[in-house]
Write a protein that binds this ligand. Structure first.
Ligand code: ZN
Length: 215
């Protein structure tokens, strides 16, 4: 199965990607992970990327497409793949179209994990981090407690800047405005599988598996 996954902040896209990759036995191609790995291993690509990032610039679409081409051409991607983190813009989506054509990959679907904004704001703004061990907990996990379940520190819960309501609202806004043209692009190609991203990890996974039936 060949898949691309999208999800708003807070829907647990990364978690779902890992589960799907293992259930469907297809490689999880996370462009962020590949880039970090290349930088760590100091490959020629990694060095090039590092140089660009050192200058505070974004790694170009051309380099990203190169990475994806390499990965999709490897034998482990022959049976399928789950692409995560790319494309982020319409231009990248169009570049990916040509790559797919080049590789003669015609049959692939795009999973879009969606959720109500207010639910996401509620979910994300309720998170707390332990300032001692940096573990992030949902409100339910630590409700009424003042001792960290992970490291035992007392009174160590804080709200990170990233989890403040206005920051979350802004992230959702940015996600939507960036992603909408990309999702519209795939909608025109009839590739979108829309799945409700709220609910427990298992429930969301079940929704995805159901939606993929017959694909
Ligand atoms: Zn802790």
């Amino acid at each position: 199965m060949r898949l691309i996954i999208f999800g708003a902040p807070g829907v647990g896209k990364g978690t779902q990607a890992k589960i799907l990759s293992s259930k469907l036995n297809i490689p999880h191609i996370s462009t962020g992970d590949i880039l970090r790995e290349a930088v760590k291993n100091k490959t020629s690509l990694g060095m090039k990327a590092q140089e660009i990032m050192n200058k505070g610039e974004l790694v170009s679409d051309e380099i990203m497409i190169g990475i994806i081409k390499d990965t999709l051409s490897q034998p482990q991607s022959r049976k399928g793949f789950l692409l995560d983190g790319f494309p982020r813009t319409l231009k990248q989506a169009e570049a990916l179209d040509s790559l797919m054509n080049q590789l003669n990959i015609k049959d692939y679907s795009v999973i879009s994990l969606s959720a109500d904004d207010e639910e996401l704001v509620k979910r994300l703004s309720n998170r707390r981090a332990c300032k001692n061990c940096h573990t992030i907990f949902t409100f339910d996990e630590i409700k009424g407690k003042d001792i960290c379940p992970k490291c035992g520190a007392e009174n160590s819960f804080i709200q990170r800047n990233d989890d403040k309501e206005d920051v979350i609202r802004n992230r959702l806004k940015v996600y939507k405005s960036n992603t909408k043209p990309v999702l519209d692009h795939y909608e025109k190609q009839h590739r979108i599988i829309s799945v409700d991203g709220l609910g427990s990890i298992d429930a969301v996974n079940e929704n995805i598996m159901q939606a993929l039936k017959g694909k």
